[in-house]
Ligand binder design. Structure first.
Ligand code: MG
Ligand code: ZN
Length: 176
């Protein structure tokens, strides 16, 4: 299957160092929504793996997170596309879970859901933790410069990391 996995904040929507705590703080990147729709229309399954420690921190609840994801699904649907599985880690950095990136638990959940192998699957993120999670399960690490991407680019990257301006550029490559 043609599977693409995305980080959420900084890739699909604007990132915020103050957390995205309410639906009206979830600001989509229009070209990313369009990119997901284009990929979907071309037969790609687009899944999402997102750290949401703001839940553990009590900044927002699961219902609020789900309202953001319903909005995301709606925006992509309005452009004739579809988003696949969205998995989130609700834990904090000290909870010792297996899902919080840089661990790869969410990527494994996605692979299990689709009964597919992760090797070579592109995982697109804007943080070092995304790239490390990708590497841990043999995904292709892909960095975009949106969100924290420019900051991440200033640090050492895992070998073989591909770098694009944004998700639209990733889609252009995959669809070319
Ligand atoms: Mg991010
Ligand atoms: Zn977790």
């Amino acid at each position: 299957m043609k599977l693409l996995i995305l980080d959420r904040d900084g890739v699909i929507n604007e990132d915020s160092d103050a957390y995205i705590k309410a639906l009206d703080e979830w600001i989509p990147i229009p070209s990313s929504i369009a990119a997901i729709a284009r990929l979907s229309q071309a037969g790609w399954t687009v899944a999402v793996a997102t750290n949401q420690s703001g839940i553990a921190r009590g900044y927002y609840d699961l219902a609020t997170l789900e309202s953001m994801h319903a909005r995301l699904r709606q925006l992509v649907a309005e452009q004739g596309g579809e988003i696949g599985l969205i998995v989130h880690c609700p834990h904090g950095p000290d909870d010792g879970c297996e899902c919080r990136k840089p661990k790869a638990g969410m990527l494994e959940q996605i692979a299990a859901h689709y009964a597919t192998d992760l090797k070579g699957i592109w995982f697109v993120g804007d943080s070092s933790g995304d790239l490390q999670a990708a590497l841990a399960v043999d995904c292709q690490p892909v960095l975009v410069k949106t969100g924290k991407g420019e900051r991440t680019l200033a640090k050492p990257l895992p070998p073989g990391t591909l770098v694009f301006d944004d998700l639209a550029a990733v889609a252009d490559r995959l669809l070319s």
